[in-house]
Design a protein around this ligand. Structure first.
Ligand code: BMA
Length: 831
């Protein structure tokens, strides 16, 4: 298809609207991507950036009665190809990548367009090169007085101690004459500004209201997980309202919810060898616990609020304090940022550039400049929006380089890179918002990148900034392979989504192992299945050839592989806070795994399947990211079994940690260590370290294959009874395929009972077993059509009885729940 024509032949307009209005604007809030727009046969203009709002003054074109609006949308595929050839012809070089890898099944040259980059295909998604009107179209009228169209606000701490807010009003006037009126700006019901103002200038104009002091000082906005309370975390949000009453006219008032917090990235020298990269919020050093978000849907106009809420709640439940809105997608909906404000989830906001080189022509840069202004003005008042980043992996791509053409002309690509991310985005950002935190790329080397002229020799240097880490050959459960970087903003591993999710789109006959054609087509990572299978083989024997049961085993193995890999990697980052002054490594203060969500049913890095079901990984992240935790590991090179206490809460908490040797053959754990902390020390502290062999001896464990290490962690708010929360953690010291002593057992449901809650539906599930059961996974039969989140999953049962809770989206009888529960564990899935 070459182009589509969207026409609205019957826009009916009342004649009084035409006569009353001095100016009339037609506003397109989002067109994907290339279009010519005409009204009543008169050309209004062309658009070419899906991230922009476009406004056309149609005062002299709109007529009373019927109007014909025509939007001709052009094929983005054809346009991307054309623009790429034009560029090459004109400038004598091309802008790689020429095309996506064939495995993406996608289209080429999306980097020529200001369009969601993933819509031409990605390694986790299908290519749907969408085209259409993806946001509402509006008509705005200006009668005899100026109107307040919109405003943007920057709350900031002035001089390090006085909170203030800077407001910019966007107005539209009837004509070029000056006007006056009364402006009132309020925070809550407190007036910050109340005066008459004069509006001069052209038809569309803006007015800066500088630095309104907030007195008394406002309460602060804090990220999720800083404080442990028994109730809701106090996270102050305020309504900032702007009321505009033109002289002789009536009042309009607009409102935005804002919050007060400072964000900095502290970069201090580490013994002359590296630089720290610590996100500090309100002066407090945060360990960033987070994840990367890909687009909510591959169809950008699809933004289901209940689904977004489910994803954000899952992030909040996962004790995370930051998401990264990744540069190959879209600037997300206001709804998402509002939830982020409420839930205390900071946003690392990439500008929408990813894994490519981009044109640095005047027109492209100008277009991007408008994009930066519009998106910042839309988003900057959200306290959650904490960090802006120029792009995803483009510095790395050029510096490495990823494509051969870069080798011969590196200075040209570097020049273009600096023009886009420093001279255009960086400068515009600083003009719009002097307190916005900006990093030019992810990954990048922070100040070191600037020192190296905007492009580091090695942007993946663990001594500086953030790094992305993917490793598909070595044992993914062995922490010795993980990077000792400052901030790991991407890391992860693929797994297959559950059978019930795949069964929605794949015919039964194709749900088999070895993977059928239908399943293979959904793997978009080059060599993805080979990597996954070879990584699984480190710890499991792959299922034998067969039917759906064998596929279910493969899915089970892939999910355990992923969950344990990302858990142990995250644990390494959480405990790796000590710097190594000799080489500048260590001092890790951030871990954001790749990726939260999915856009289709396929093997990907996600922790939540398409549709919202939690993979095992998500359950593991809830536990791993708990701010009061304990981590067991075998220290290298000493070989000591070591336990690190983690406490990132700001308020006082008490903790108790017990370490057990758990043999596989019986339900008799042996405690080798127990410690109580009345006031748990903050940060990371080693609380136990002894040779592994002697610990195993204590636990009557003959060899590493016979047992594992278990930690039981309890914490409570100091002095508050009833605030105790418990958590289990484990360390495997050998691979499941080599475990010795596991006895065959069936985990039985003894009882299901209803638990009363204020909201939703909650049930307690009591289970029984005769022997140790490992990696126990609970699921509901898909025929029940119930969405469930369990209080834990993939857990180890090491005593005769175990209870967990489940929350469902609809009411279910306890009888149906008991019969619909599906329970599987390691021994059922070993080969
Ligand atoms: C990183 C991301 C994405 C990609 C992911 C998994 O490079 O930035 O481009 O989907 O890895 O390969």
């Amino acid at each position: 298809m070459d182009h589509v024509r969207d026409s609205y032949p019957n826009i009916s307009v009342d004649s009084s609207m035409i006569t009353k209005s001095s100016q009339i604007y037609l506003i397109f809030n989002g067109i994907d991507t290339l279009a010519d727009i005409s009204l009543n046969g008169r050309n209004l203009g062309s658009v070419d950036n899906m991230f922009l709002q476009y406004r056309f003054n149609v005062k002299n074109i709109l007529q009373s009665g019927n109007n014909q609006l025509e939007v001709q949308i052009y094929s983005p595929i054809a346009a991307a190809n054309n623009q790429s050839s034009l560029f090459e012809r004109k400038y004598g070089y091309n802008l790689p990548p020429k095309c996506n890898p064939p495995e993406y099944d996608g289209e080429c040259h999306v980097n020529m367009l200001r369009k969601m980059q993933a819509s031409f295909g990605w390694d986790w998604g299908p290519a749907f090169p969408s085209m259409g009107i993806w946001k509402p179209v509006e008509i705005e009228t200006v009668e005899s007085n100026p109107i307040l169209r919109d405003f943007t606000a920057i709350p900031f701490l002035s001089g390090g101690k006085q909170w203030a807010v800077r407001v910019k009003l966007n107005m539209a006037k009837p004509d070029g004459n000056p006007y006056s009126g009364r402006l009132v700006i309020k925070l809550g019901d407190k007036s910050l500004f109340d005066d008459s103002i004069k509006i001069t200038g052209p038809l569309e104009t803006s007015i800066q209201i500088q630095d309104l002091k907030i007195n008394p000082q406002p309460k602060l906005w804090w990220p999720n997980g800083v404080e442990r309370t028994t109730g809701e975390v106090p996270r102050a949000l305020y309504d900032l309202s702007v009321e505009w009453t033109p002289k002789g006219g009536s009042k309009t008032s607009l409102k935005k919810r804002i919050g007060f917090r400072t964000v900095e990235i502290v970069q201090e020298p580490i013994g002359n060898k590296g630089l720290s990269f610590k996100v500090q919020v309100n002066g407090y050093q945060m360990f960033i616990r987070g994840t990367n978000v890909i687009p909510i849907s591959i169809f950008p106009e699809v933004q289901p609020e209940n689904y977004i809420k489910h994803l954000m709640k899952s992030v909040q439940k996962g004790h995370m304090n930051m998401i990264r809105v990744w540069g190959g997608g879209v600037y997300e909906s206001d709804y998402l940022y509002n939830l982020a404000d409420e839930m205390g989830i900071m946003v690392w906001q990439d500008f929408m550039f990813a894994c490519a080189t981009y044109p640095a022509t005047d027109s492209f840069l100008k277009n991007v400049q408008t994009e930066v202004v519009q998106q910042m003005e839309r988003l900057q008042h959200h306290p959650s929006v904490a960090i802006w980043a120029g792009n995803n992996e483009n510095e790395l791509a050029i510096a490495s380089p990823w494509w051969p053409e870069i080798l011969t002309q590196k200075p040209t690509y570097k020049r273009d890179y600096v023009a886009l991310y420093f001279d255009t985005i960086g400068k515009t950002l600083a003009q719009v918002n002097p307190v916005a935190v900006y990093v030019p790329s992810s990954p990048s080397n922070g100040k070191e990148t600037i020192k190296e002229g905007g492009m580091a020799v090695n942007p993946a240097d663990v001594r500086y900034g953030d790094v992305h880490f993917y490793e598909y050959t070595n044992d993914p459960w062995n922490y010795n392979y993980y990077p000792s970087g400052k901030f790991i903003s991407e890391y992860g591993l693929q797994s297959y989504p559950s059978l019930s999710t795949l069964a929605k789109v794949i015919p039964q006959s194709q749900l088999v192992f070895p993977l059928s054609q239908s399943l293979l087509r959904r793997q978009h990572q080059p060599k993805g299945n080979d990597f996954l299978s070879s990584l699984i083989r480190y710890h499991f024997n792959l299922p034998s050839s067969g039917d759906q049961k064998q596929l279910a085993k493969y899915i089970y193995q892939s999910q355990i592989l992923q969950a344990v890999a990302v858990k142990s990697q995250t644990e390494f980052y959480l405990r790796n806070r000590q710097p190594d002054y000799r080489v500048g490594t260590g001092m890790t203060y951030g871990a954001m795994y790749w990726q939260l969500n999915d856009v289709w049913q396929a093997p990907t890095w996600s922790s939540i399947e398409y549709g919202g079901k939690w993979k095992l990984l998500h359950y593991y992240m809830v536990k791993t990211f708990t701010p009061a935790n304990a981590i067991a590991f075998v220290d290298s090179p000493s070989g000591n079994l070591t336990v690190a206490l983690v406490n990132d809460y700001l308020n006082l908490i008490s903790m108790k940690v017990t370490g057990e040797v758990q043999r596989f053959k019986d339900l008799l754990p042996v405690t080798f260590f127990e410690q109580n902390f009345k006031n748990a020390p903050r940060g990371v502290n080693i609380i136990f370290s002894e040779p592994l062999d002697s610990v195993l001896n204590t636990g009557w464990c003959i060899t590493k294959e016979h047992c594992m290490i278990k930690l039981n962690i309890e914490h409570s708010i100091a002095g508050q009874s009833g605030s105790t929360e418990t958590l289990e953690n484990f360390l495997l010291i050998s691979s499941p395929k080599n475990f010795i002593g596991l006895q065959s057992t069936q985990v039985r449901v003894a009882k299901v009972s209803k638990v009363s809650t204020k909201t939703g539906y909650k049930y307690q599930i009591d289970m029984e077993t005769d022997h140790v059961a490992l990696f126990v996974i609970l699921d509901l039969d898909p025929s029940m059509k119930v969405n469930a989140i369990f209080s834990d999953n993939g857990f180890m049962i090491t005593s005769k009885k175990k209870s967990i809770f489940v929350e469902t989206n609809i009411e279910v009888s306890t009888k149906d729940l008991a019969s619909g529960l599906r329970i599987t564990h390691l021994l059922d899935n070993l080969s």
